[in-house]
Ligand binder design. Structure first.
Ligand code: ARG
Ligand code: ZN
Ligand code: CA
Length: 326
């Protein structure tokens, strides 16, 4: 509150500042202003600083550019008033059969699932055990908006996880500027793999994004038991820096404090409660987390710690902050 009051006071003082340009006038004005107690030298002091300090000048230019970008992002609706960021999504669909050519309606349905899961408005959210409801993420303030769909027919039956689908030179589709757009490739199939993602260290690279096998995209016509669009939720979790909840090792670390350490991955529809012992400590397992391997109907939450890791990536200064720019 004190800080806020001070801020308001400082702003009022600043608004009252005289903004003179000529230095002789300044000196004359200084006398007057001092007398009237409304002379503010901040801008003149800055001008001196920028004249003498090249690195300060560079920081000044960068901060003004950053401010302008933010304003443009606001205008474009990518940063909402409550701080929610809306990630622009490009779907790149590679199809051999008509069934693989996922309809616009089904792609829209997938975006809808992402918005519900990341906004904690998914219809099964009430299934979170009360033990975990205190650490549930709530609204992550990360949203998704479909901005473009690229489709390409192919003779390729099965794709590997070698990123071939991401290059036109290897029968794929080149990404739309991955620094500013979240690219999702949909391919016919990758044998037993439902999808895969790049982590944020790949931010902006040619292969950055998520790949989904067509049968697991969206809901209508999708393939049970992975037919609630949650392969995308899981892969987007990786894209935004979430690791598997078991830390990809026996009693591994996912760098999230509020997800209990568990011995390994879980599949199917486990029965709650499920206990694991790691390092001699027995814990109730959060197998209903999107970052485990359970069926789509068995996963319905991110934790608050996971939300914070994801927000760090898209926040101003985060490695995927470019997704908010134009
Ligand atoms: N990359 C994981 C796989 O291919 C995705 C698991 C998604 N889980 C799910 N219930 N949809 O197995
Ligand atoms: Zn995964
Ligand atoms: Ca953890």
């Amino acid at each position: 509150m004190k800080k806020l009051l001070f801020g308001v006071f400082a702003l009022a003082t600043l608004t009252a500042c005289n903004t003179t340009t000529d230095s002789t006038e300044n000196i004359a004005d200084l006398g007057n202003a001092k007398a009237s107690r409304k002379y503010c030298p901040s801008e003149e002091i800055r001008t001196e600083l920028l004249k003498n300090d090249a690195s300060a000048k560079a920081r000044y230019a960068a901060l003004e550019a950053g401010t302008e970008k933010f304003i443009q992002a606001r205008k474009a609706g990518r940063v909402l008033a409550d701080g929610t960021i809306e990630i622009p999504v490009v779907f790149n669909v590679l199809y051999r059969t008509t069934a693989e050519n996922i309809s616009d309606a089904r792609l829209a349905e997938q975006i809808d699932v992402l918005n519900k899961d990341f906004g904690a408005t998914n219809s099964d959210i009430n299934k979170i055990p009360s033990e975990f409801s205190t650490v549930a993420a709530g609204d992550t303030k990360i949203k998704f908006r479909l901005v473009k769909t690229v489709r390409k027919s192919t003779t390729v039956r099965s794709w590997k996880t070698n990123d071939a689908m991401k290059k036109s030179s290897s029968k794929g589709i080149d990404a739309t500027d991955p620094k500013q757009y979240f690219n999702i490739w949909v391919v016919g199939n990758m044998s037993s793999i439902l999808g895969y993602a790049t982590f944020p260290e790949s931010a902006g690279l040619w292969n950055d994004g998520v790949v989904l096998a067509a049968p697991f995209v969206g809901v209508t016509g999708a393939s049970a038991p992975y037919n609630l669009g949650r392969t995308a939720t899981h892969e987007v979790g990786h894209y935004l820096n979430l690791r598997h909840i078991w830390g990809d090792a026996t009693c591994g670390n996912d760098f999230v404090a509020d997800t209990p350490t568990q011995t390994g991955s879980n599949g199917g529809s486990p029965t709650y409660p499920l206990y694991n012992t790691c390092g001699g400590v027995q814990r109730s397992v959060m197998f209903m987390n999107y970052m485990d391997y359970v069926y789509d109907s068995a996963m319905f939450m991110f934790s608050a710690g996971q939300r914070d890791r994801m927000q760090a990536i898209v926040a101003a200064g985060g490695v995927r902050a470019g997704l908010r720019n134009l």
